[in-house]
Design a protein around this ligand. Structure first.
Ligand code: NAD
Length: 281
């Protein structure tokens, strides 16, 4: 069985299964999700979709402006939520954030390692600052998240789920910038290994590989290191020489809706599916 997360069995072709385990339909109502990068884009889409399904959400984000906007949106939608400021690359701060989440909602059932930065620096032009920033957040943040929260999920013994947002750039190198792709390949590898490690436990693992989603991924705000703060006439090597405004416009015109992606992730957690791919390229 899948602990308290599973209340109903369901048979059918759409129900994916972890190896050696029967298909389960999980009732997530009342369960607690901890979502990094939860105040914008895909993370906020998940927070909305999860709370509409009766879950409680801990929305974790580094940006004050994103958290303020998310607070308004979630409150308007009647969500049961708690906001925490956290830099996912900060190891000590993670323990404090997890403590705070457990103080407020008593436990965490679903960990969503979603925070990420979309700077598309090619490897040949990458500096140490690029590697530190992108690997620290996009891969390091996932490593610290799992290391901090997984033992807590296990300790509660109620089952649970770990998801991570990778990218199509985590399974193919086309057009994503080598530093970003290196981090995202790492996320996919780590989640694959984790799924194997947890095969005998009541804890599922899902990787989201979005293609294009209409979010703020190309807006780095005040977190952007000095060398990225350029005007669009001086693009340099970062973002593969692409104008962030142009990239943003592209996502707005053909990117998937973040709420729809949040619903897809919810479905994948319920049905214990290992991967989610977004619809549009
Ligand atoms: P977004 O910028 O709208 O949301 C990301 C959130 O993460 C932001 O609120 C940001 O403040 C937060 N964040 C950034 N660095 C952080 C840090 N160090 N600590 C805590 N929070 C931090 O972008 P999004 O598209 O929703 O991004 C979510 C995930 O999706 C990322 O991992 C990204 O790489 C991935 N992704 C997005 C796309 C896309 O097309 N939007 C495609 C592939 C993968």
């Amino acid at each position: 069985t899948c602990g308290a997360l599973s209340t109903q069995r369901r048979d059918g072709p759409e129900t994916a299964v972890r190896s050696g385990r029967e298909a389960e339909m999980r009732d997530l109502s009342g369960k607690v999700a901890f979502i990094t990068g939860g105040a914008s884009g895909i993370g906020l889409g998940m927070a909305k979709a999860f709370s509409r399904a009766g879950m409680k959400v801990v929305v974790v984000d580094i940006r004050d402006d994103h958290r303020a906007a998310a607070e308004e949106t979630l409150a308007r939608g009647g969500a049961e939520f708690h906001l925490i400021k956290l830099d996912v690359a900060d190891r000590e701060a993670w323990s404090r954030a997890a403590d705070e989440a457990e103080r407020v909602f008593s436990r965490i059932h679903v960990l969503c390692n979603n925070a990420g930065i979309g700077v598309l620096t090619p490897i040949a032009q990458a500096t140490w600052e690029d590697w530190d920033w992108l690997l620290g957040v996009n891969l390091g943040g996932v490593i610290i998240g799992v290391t901090t929260v997984l033992p807590r999920i296990r300790a509660h013994g109620e089952g649970g789920h770990v998801m991570a947002t990778a990218s199509l750039g985590g399974i193919t190198v086309a057009g994503n910038g080598g530093v970003y792709s290196t981090a995202k390949f790492g996320v996919v590898a780590m989640m694959e290994c984790l799924r194997e490690d947890l095969a005998a436990e009541d804890i599922g693992v899902t990787v989201l590989c979005p293609s294009a989603v209409n979010t703020n991924i190309h807006d780095h705000g005040d977190r952007r290191p000095e060398r990225y703060r350029v005007d669009s006439s001086d693009l340099g090597p970062h973002d593969a020489g692409l104008d962030p405004e142009m990239l943003k416009g592209m996502l707005a015109s053909f990117g998937s809706d973040p709420l729809e992606v949040g619903r897809q992730v919810l479905h994948a957690i319920r049905h214990d599916q290992p991967y989610v791919f977004t619809e549009r390229m």
